[in-house]
Ligand binder design. Structure first.
Ligand SMILES: [Fe+2]
Length: 292
């Protein structure tokens, strides 16, 4: 697998605090089946002032440590770029990094406030020849009230990256709901770990792949963690990336969705198992357990 989003580089943001943690994360990623890991620290004005040259140097340094420790993981440099008005200029000057110097850029909007000019910001990147990858839309607290904007970005050629941990329920019910919904609707291009350490936000792409495969099948799940990421690293034009395929919605899935969708991802959904014939039975069992 190829993991296009992570915070492995030690001491540069809220990811790995030190080299020992970074090495442990790398061992976990390898054990998980990852062969290529993008190191994408935050670039967030006012908080994380990482620059392109610093990230490249830190990535090369960590790669040397991995090689010395015989950890078979290839690193590529990138950045988790917070949305800002001067992104195009930053990319052109090298202050901001795309993924492995391709046209593809990880872009992170604010988590708790929808930017006023969200769509415009992404359009300016597209017009400049870059392909923005919107990181973890499922975890944005405003997605429920702005899903039309997310759909518009998708239609306009912005790629969508879901987080493995969200699919696994590690970020709570609403992010899981939106991750599953975007997968089911065929609106997700990439699944990544966004790993920050060895605890709750550890490298977990293998489990994420399994969870995705249960909803959209192994072929599409493989496209999420290998097929499209490989084409992105090869800087293939976005028109060549395979379009995401939708989930085959089973009766159990539909039941679970309609019950959890009550309120559109507002955090009050009841979680159920999904993707198997027992989903509805499980749901009833849990409801009985809650009200017992
Ligand atoms: Fe991130």
């Amino acid at each position: 697998m190829i993991d296009l989003h992570s915070h492995f580089l030690p001491g540069v943001d809220d990811g790995a605090p030190d080299l020992a943690t970074a090495l442990e994360m790398a061992r976990m990623a390898v054990a998980d089946g990852v062969t290529i890991q993008a190191c994408t620290p935050h670039i967030l004005p006012g908080l994380y002032h990482n620059t392109g040259p610093e990230i490249r140097l830190a990535t090369r340094t960590l790669q040397r440590h991995l090689d010395d420790a015989d950890i078979p993981l290839t690193l590529v440099a990138g950045a988790d770029v917070h949305i800002a008005p001067d992104l195009v200029e930053g990319l052109r000057s090298g202050r901001v990094l795309s993924i492995a110097d391709t046209r593809y850029v990880l872009v992170e909007p604010p988590h708790h406030v929808a930017p006023l000019r969200l769509v415009d910001s992404f359009f300016s990147l597209l017009l400049a020849g870059y392909v923005p990858i919107l990181t973890h839309p499922e975890r944005l607290s405003w997605i429920a009230s702005h899903y039309a904007s997310i759909e518009k970005l998708f239609q306009s050629g912005v790629l969508m990256q879901l987080t493995a941990g969200a699919l696994l329920g590690g970020f709570g019910r609403a992010p899981r709901y939106w991750a599953e919904r975007m997968l089911d609707e065929g609106r997700a291009h990439i699944l990544a770990s966004d790993a920050h350490g060895v605890g709750r936000r550890r490298p977990n792409l293998g489990a994420g792949f399994e969870a995705a495969a249960q909803r959209v099948g192994e072929e599409e799940a493989s496209a999420l963690v290998l097929g499209r990421p490989r084409m992105i690293l090869a800087n293939e034009p976005p028109s060549r990336l395979p379009a995401p395929s939708r989930a085959t919605v089973t009766a159990a899935n539909a039941n679970a969705r309609s019950m959890r969708n009550n309120g559109g991802g507002n955090g009050h959904q009841v979680e159920t198992d999904h993707g198997d014939g027992d989903g509805w039975r499980d749901f009833l069992g849990r409801m009985r357990a809650i009200f017992r």
